[in-house]
Design a protein around this ligand. Structure first.
Ligand SMILES: C[S@@+](CC[C@H](N)C(=O)[O-])C[C@H]1O[C@@H](n2cnc3c(N)ncnc32)[C@H](O)[C@@H]1O
Length: 309
């Protein structure tokens, strides 16, 4: 009798274990390589988030306005965030931007960050806000968003100075394509390596970018690679531009200098040999609203809002 009971318990345990394991899809080879990098980024933010909060506050972005809400309103406008949308904030930090958007719009925002420390902080931040919409933040690797959230789930996917942490941007963009609804928009605001104006400055640019990458666990993006991937996937290019902020309102990246000087992270020792190494761009692309392989006669996008104008 006792053996029968033990056997039943063991079988139940095996079934429970199997149920847990079967729901966790195993990573592909490319995802596994990125997992390694993501673990380093997680350690970086687990160790530095308090420092970022001290200098940057809840919005961890270097390109911003003196009054950061001006920049966030600009983001709402340019990423076309609207009531009723389901939005993914990929690399959401402590949830500052997501909470700002949800305080103005009736949206449902999922935030994903690789850092457990940021998830904990975000809980306090969300609880302290009066939100119109909903914000839900979880720990995870954005290279796996299709598996975490499912396919064709989001109207918008945002990367607000978080995209450059990826060591496999083609894979990441493919995941975004899969997780976006047809007609959904991918919006990336980040830094990109500057084109070499000449060989001498080129060497300096590469050296300084290397220092940024090492200090921030970054892989400053190559615009050529990003564009090639977006176009290969048939994303519809809506715009690429330098963020348009008024000179008087622009913070002139002073916050990143303050941060670097205070904590001795990528501190610029001498300005003599310095060449500005990066460009800030906003990239906005749309997943075609129709299947290009099935509706081959359709070329241009069918955007109701645009067609109405
Ligand atoms: C510079 S912070 C920007 C945070 C936020 N977008 C903001 O504006 O406050 C970069 C963010 O990217 C996240 N990140 C980097 N790599 C990630 C990955 N593989 N998966 C998920 N989040 C990642 C970090 O955890 C961090 O929250």
């Amino acid at each position: 009798m006792i053996f029968l009971l033990l056997a039943i318990i063991v079988i139940q345990l095996i079934i429970m274990l199997w149920l847990v394991v079967k729901d966790e899809p195993s990573p592909t080879k490319a995802e596994k390589i990125s997992l390694n990098n993501a673990a380093q980024v997680a350690t970086f933010y687990n160790e530095t988030t308090n420092k970022f909060l001290e200098v940057y506050g809840e919005i961890i972005q270097a390109f911003r306005t003196n009054d950061v809400s001006v920049y966030l309103n600009y983001t709402i406008q340019n990423a076309e965030l609207k009531d009723g949308q389901k939005i993914l904030d990929a690399g959401c930090g402590v949830g500052g931007p997501a909470c700002y958007f949800a305080s103005r719009l009736n949206v449902e925002i999922e935030g994903i960050t690789i850092s457990t420390v940021q998830v904990e902080k975000s809980k306090e931040i969300i609880a302290a806000k009066d939100l119109k919409g909903k914000v839900n933040i979880q720990q995870g690797d954005y290279h796996r968003i299709d598996k975490i959230y499912g396919k064709e789930n989001f109207d918008r996917i945002l990367f607000l100075e978080s995209f450059g942490h990826s060591d496999n941007k083609p894979l990441l963009i493919e995941k975004c394509f899969s997780a976006l609804k047809p007609g959904g928009i991918l919006y990336i605001k980040d830094l990109f390596v500057r084109e070499h104006p000449n060989a001498e400055d080129g060497k300096k640019i590469d050296r300084i970018v290397d220092e940024i990458n090492k200090a921030y666990c970054y892989h400053v993006a190559d615009l050529h690679e990003v564009l090639a991937t977006l176009r290969r996937l048939n994303f519809i290019l809506l715009f690429i531009k330098t963020p348009e902020v008024k000179t008087g309102e622009f913070e002139h990246l002073s916050i990143s200098n303050d941060f670097q000087n205070l904590f001795d992270i990528a501190k610029i020792i001498s300005w003599e040999d310095y060449v500005f190494p990066i460009d800030f761009y906003e990239i906005k692309v749309m997943k075609p609203p129709f299947d290009l392989n099935e509706q081959k006669y359709l070329y241009f996008l069918n955007r109701p809002e645009v067609n109405e104008k």
